[in-house]
Each structure stands twice: as C-alpha cells, then as structure tokens.
Write a protein that binds this ligand. Structure first.
Ligand SMILES: [Zn+2]
Length: 387
C-alpha cells in the first residue's frame, strides 16, 4: 500500500494523533517479555540499515519518538492492551505499535505473534494453554510489547532507530505520564514531529534468575532544541506494514513443531479476513501433543513466594514475572493501575534499603515511601528468617 504523503499542516498531524494518543495512553496495563524478529524489514521501500536502540541499563537517556502513519486497513481492528480495537484507520498517526507475543514457542523456541491478544482472533497457543497446568499456562502466556521509531538525542548520527521493548518496561509508563499530564489539563503530543517533546527516561535494570529486565522508572518530557520536522517520518518505521502476521495454522505449526505435511489446510480456527499473512520459514520436528513447552519453573526474583505474594510488595510493581505470578495467584484484579516504581535519587542508593543513609535523604521527595519500603524490607527479612 502506498504511503500517504503527510500533508504538511501541523494541525493535521496533531489531529491525526490526537484520538489515538489519548486512547493508547488510557489502554489498561499489561506487561512484557523480551525478543524481536517480529517485523519483516524486507517490506521497507528503501534498503536502509536497521538499527535497534537499546536503553542503558542504568542512568538516563533522551530520545525523540517519530510517529508513523497507519497504512494498513487491518490495523483498525488490532487491539490495544485493554482489549479494545485501535480504530486507527489508514491515515491516522500513531506514536508506536503495541502487540502481543508468545515466546519460546514449540520445539524450536520460536517467537510468534499472539493472534488472540493482538487481534482478538483464535490463537492456537492460547487455546492450548487453557487446558494445561498452571505452570505450563504461565509459560505460554503472551507478553505485550511496544515498538517505536526513535531518534537518540545522544547519538543522532545513528539516525532513526527501532526501540522495541516490553510494554511494561517503557510504553506503559510513557502512556501513564501522558495520561496523567492530560488529567492535569496539560495535553501534550511528545511524538509530534513539528511541535513535540523529547522523552527523557531514567532507566533501571533488575536482575532475576535467568536474566534481567530494564525498565523506565521515571519519564520526563523536555523541550526539544530543534523539531525534527515532518520529513523525519519518512525515516520512521511503518510498523503496521512490517508486522509479521501468521495464520492460525502457521502458529499451530510452530507450536507443535509440525512439518508442512502435517498441516490440514482445510482446518478451521483461522479467521483471516483482511489480516495479511506472513510467516517465517521453518522446518520442524514431529510433535503431536500441545504439551510441548520448554520453560523453567517460575520463581519469584525477590525471593518471595511465587503466585502467593502477588502484588504484596513494592518490588512486585515492575517485576518481570508479575504477569505469571498474577496468573498463578487466585482472584487478582487484572486491570489494576499500579503505582510507579520509585528510585533513589542517590546514584548508588537503593529505595528502602538505604533509608536515611545520606545527607540528602532528609529533603528527598521519596522520604516517606522509602521509609515504608524500609519497614517492608525489614518485615520481609524477619519473615524469611522464620521460614
Ligand atoms: Zn496467543
């Protein structure tokens, strides 16, 4: 589909971003995992180099988000993380693209789009998960991600890069900031190429058994020295166009590790409509049961009880296994608006742990919270000691 040339009115960009930014920022929270390979860059009309932006593990970074113009009709029917359709028709200008993925799929540990969470269509993996044990269910749970085109203000020579990150690690906080400002009567459009703002993020990285998780713990919007201008959008990534969207059968094939011969092309479950089809080639080993899943047993990275202590501690807010822990916990509220993670303004200080250890503590904005956490940690230690 041909890309519509942006008509160069600021108001028109703003108008085309407006409803979507508001809706996207209000979409309920969901969380992420890690991985890429979900976009097909051969669909780009030019042969530019593809560069991925990686946020620092700790410290600050500043970037401009370059929006993209929706060019694919299917996109209006895609879902925001709150399960409502984007309703973003061709021509609407989007800040970024949110989608849901299954990780570690099938015998070959593939990454594949979740048709259920991304489109509300039948997804063979989600379907299979429904009949599995809790542990297996958790491992199969899709993770939301957010993809953005960004211009790194500390490395502009790199050009427009792709910032594809767990939804919880960035997009959710970004949306929340925008939403909160709007609530206070300050409606801003950070991604507006002509009148937007730079995004300044303070990052934190948490380790957990088997990996680490980098997330934005503070986001500020700062005036741009110079606006990139509408033309920059030509260098942005049209994520709706690039997204690899497999059919039901293709997902099933990856999941079960089936050979092509095993696929019954007449099998149903796929409602393809106008959703384009694209799947990576892959050769699979034979496997006939849906119970193929290779993920280790989950543990709480904080040493608490997985599936029991869900949301009981501040650490739970940005926990990498939060989703899974929640799924394992009985009767929890899925759409809870979680508090923002707090970070000690002292470079090596840790909220809760280093309570009142520095001279600066007295004037710290987080003094009370820090004290609360300090008590919590002490409580937890005592509890752990008892066990
Ligand atoms: Zn799914």
């Amino acid at each position: 589909m041909a890309k519509k040339k942006s008509s160069s009115k600021k108001s028109s960009i703003r108008d085309r971003m407006k409803d979507r930014q508001r809706k996207q920022s209000e979409a309920a929270s969901t969380r992420g995992g890690s991985g890429r390979g979900i976009f097909d860059f051969s669909k780009l009309e030019d042969d530019r180099e593809i560069s991925f932006y990686k946020p620092p593990k700790k410290g600050k970074s500043t970037f401009d988000i370059i929006p993209f113009e929706v060019t694919e009709e299917y996109y209006a029917k895609a879902l925001d993380p709150d399960g409502t359709t984007t309703d973003a028709e061709v021509g609407v200008v989007e800040t970024g693209m949110i989608y849901a993925m299954h990780f570690g799929v099938g015998p070959e540990n593939k990454t594949v789009l979740c048709l259920a969470k991304t489109f509300g269509k039948p997804c063979p993996i989600c379907e299979a998960a429904a009949s599995l044990s809790d542990d297996e269910k958790k491992a199969l749970k899709p993770k939301f991600r957010g993809a953005f085109s960004i211009l790194d203000k500390d490395n502009e020579e790199a050009g427009v890069q792709i910032f594809d990150h767990s939804f919880f690690g960035f997009a959710e906080s970004f949306n929340k900031e925008v939403r909160d400002l709007a609530k206070d009567g300050e409606e801003i459009y950070p991604a507006d190429p002509e009148d937007g703002m730079s995004v300044k993020v303070r990052w934190t990285t948490k380790s957990f058994p088997g990996g680490e998780f980098t997330s934005a713990d503070r986001i500020d919007f700062v005036e741009r020295d110079e606006q990139p201008g509408l033309d920059i959008m030509d260098q942005g990534f049209p994520f709706d166009k690039l997204l690899k969207i497999p059919t039901y059968q293709e997902v099933e094939k990856l999941f079960l590790g089936l050979d092509d011969d095993d696929i019954d092309s007449s099998s149903d479950g796929s409602d393809e409509d106008d959703i384009p089809v694209d799947v990576g080639k892959d050769k699979g080993k034979k496997k006939t049961t849906a119970k193929k899943k290779t993920k280790k047993k989950q543990e709480c990275p904080e040493g608490l009880e997985f599936g029991v202590d869900f949301d009981e501690y501040n650490e739970c807010d940005d926990c990498v296994v939060r989703d899974d822990c929640q799924a394992a916990a009985p009767n929890t509220d899925d759409d809870k608006d979680e508090p923002k993670e707090l970070v000690c303004p002292e470079d090596d200080g840790e909220i809760g742990k280093d309570f009142d250890q520095y001279n600066e503590c007295e004037d710290c904005d987080f003094y009370d919270e820090c004290e609360e956490m300090h008590k919590e940690i002490k409580k937890r230690k005592a509890r752990k000691g008892k066990k």
